[in-house]
Design a protein around this ligand. Structure first.
Ligand code: THU
Length: 129
């Protein structure tokens, strides 16, 4: 499944809207019941409005009422070669932590990680009580 998910992420990167960075990113999110939601980065002339591929995939799923996930694959490249890992940014890790447990898998070009590898501790619901 990891390979299939990574392939879907590479495919999704084909839709990246990235005229400013030229860096194409695709994400493929596996739901707990086996469906795949994809996303790509969408940039904006007002640079800070840019949204990463991972958050697009997660928000697409959540807006469909799906909130249980088991893995996400991320592929990024500026030249069509997706063999170098594209590590999710801090904002995307925070969004993952909202919906995914520490065993959530993050599949990159160089292998498989856990959300807890990149974000061992995060701000969450329990902090707001
Ligand atoms: N980007 C992503 O979509 N996901 C990541 O994990 C890292 C960065 C995008 C944001 C921006 O459009 C471009 O890559 C360069 O930062």
């Amino acid at each position: 499944m990891a390979d299939r998910l990574f392939e879907e992420a590479v495919k999704a990167a084909g839709n990246a809207y990235c005229p400013y960075s030229g860096f194409h990113v695709g994400a493929a999110l596996l739901t707990a019941d086996g469906r795949i939601y994809t996303g790509c980065n969408v940039e904006n002339a007002s640079f800070s409005m840019t949204v990463c591929a991972e958050r697009i995939a997660i928000f697409k799923a959540v807006s469909d009422g799906v909130k249980e996930f088991s893995a996400i694959a991320v592929a990024g490249s500026s030249d069509g070669n997706f063999s170098r890992s594209c590590t999710p940014c801090g904002a995307c890790l925070q969004v993952m932590s909202e919906f995914c447990g520490s065993n959530f898998k993050i599949i990159l070009a160089d292998g498989e990680y856990l959300l807890s590898d990149f974000l061992p501790v995060s701000f969450g619901k329990e902090n707001i009580k």
